[in-house]
Ligand binder design. Structure first.
Ligand code: X2X
Length: 336
């Protein structure tokens, strides 16, 4: 019998090790979170805030590791949703624009001149349209948890002030790889070129493109003025919300308590980031102007000319987004 003792000991030790490693893996669960922009931007800070709240509230049982700069999809931000759907990425804080090629309903926010102000954005995301959009995401195996905001996207270029559609004639504008943007800028008479954010700054630097569109926070932090973008038009033509989301299998592997923690933390991080982004807009604009950028604001008549030039985009895209969602959003905007 004694000759077997070492083996029994070994078996006991192995069993112990298995229990230990199982409990360790429960204790130190890691979730990979993808973002396009780093924590130099409010977008990346939103993801870091989510991670911080989750880590604190799960007492370290769940670590959310943020991977910025679209690195989990080799810089191709329009593949982020597919990667999260398939489980290549566990979670993301992503832009509706970047996910729209796989979730057509998300084009709602990109309809040109559809969302007039921040109250309209809140009425849409916080109401029935927002619920329908979350359902559309969930039907594609991704669980949406909360909203953040990249901001209203403004137009910049290197050639001159733009205050009417004719000024865009022939200008090469970098747009994200989402088909609606191609249509909007084509309708405006520009020459849109789709490319990732990673390629955008080099293309602006070399003059391969004349202009781009992004929220003020992105223009400011990325110092877009340093790559020759000296003219900025505040046209609020669309808002770019962020969505906090988790792959379905990852979500289902969490118990209800942890699911609640992830959801509440996403909502809180999103609210925190949205207020911060909005509050910072005016100082960002002042900083951009101080650096010598000409800022153009539109009169009502000028704004209307842009609205009219882009009605064909609505005709084309409302059926793809879904009439019901667009109607729910319209009603929410009217009664805001
Ligand atoms: O690529 C962009 O323009 C950016 C950073 O705003 C998005 O990812 C939508």
């Amino acid at each position: 019998m004694t000759t077997y003792r070492p083996l029994a000991k070994l078996a006991a030790a192995l069993a112990g090790a298995a229990v230990l490693s199982a409990s360790l893996s429960v204790q130190a669960r890691e979730i990979a979170v993808s973002t396009v922009l780093s924590d130099a931007f409010p977008w990346g800070q939103a993801a870091e805030k989510w991670a911080e709240l989750v880590e604190k509230r799960t007492e370290g049982r769940i670590t959310m590791r943020v991977y910025p700069n679209s690195q989990l999809v080799n810089g191709d931000q329009t593949r982020e949703f597919s990667a999260m759907r398939s489980g290549l990425i566990d979670a993301a804080v992503g832009s509706t624009i970047n996910w729209s090629p796989q979730v057509p309903e998300l084009n709602l926010f990109s309809l040109p001149f559809f969302l007039p102000d921040e109250a309209a954005v809140d009425a849409v995301t916080g109401g029935e349209a927002g619920e329908k959009i979350f359902a559309a995401i969930e039907s594609r195996d991704v669980i949406p948890l909360g909203w953040g905001e990249n901001g209203f996207r403004q137009l910049s270029n290197s050639q001159g002030a733009i205050d009417e559609p004719q000024d865009l004639e022939g200008l090469k504008i970098r747009v994200v790889g989402s088909p609606l943007f191609q249509d909007t800028f084509t309708a405006l008479g520009a020459d849109p070129t789709q490319m990732s954010w990673a390629d955008a700054k080099p293309a602006l630097t070399t003059g391969a493109v004349d202009g781009q569109e992004n929220p003020l926070s992105v223009f400011d932090v990325a110092r877009i003025d340093q790559v020759g973008q000296k003219h900025l038009t505040l046209w609020n033509y669309m808002n770019d919300p962020l969505i906090f989301a988790v792959n379905r299998r990852v979500w289902e592997s969490l118990d209800e308590g942890d699911q609640a923690i992830l959801r509440e933390a996403a909502v809180e991080a999103g609210e925190w980031e949205t207020s911060m982004t909005r509050e910072e807009e005016s100082e960002r604009l002042a900083a951009i102007q101080e650096r010598g950028v000409t800022v153009t604001e539109l009169s009502d008549a000028q704004y209307q000319a842009f609205v009219e030039a882009t009605t064909s985009v609505h005709d084309e895209w409302v059926p793809k987004i879904g009439e019901e969602i667009v109607e729910a959003a319209r009603a929410a905007i009217e009664s805001r």
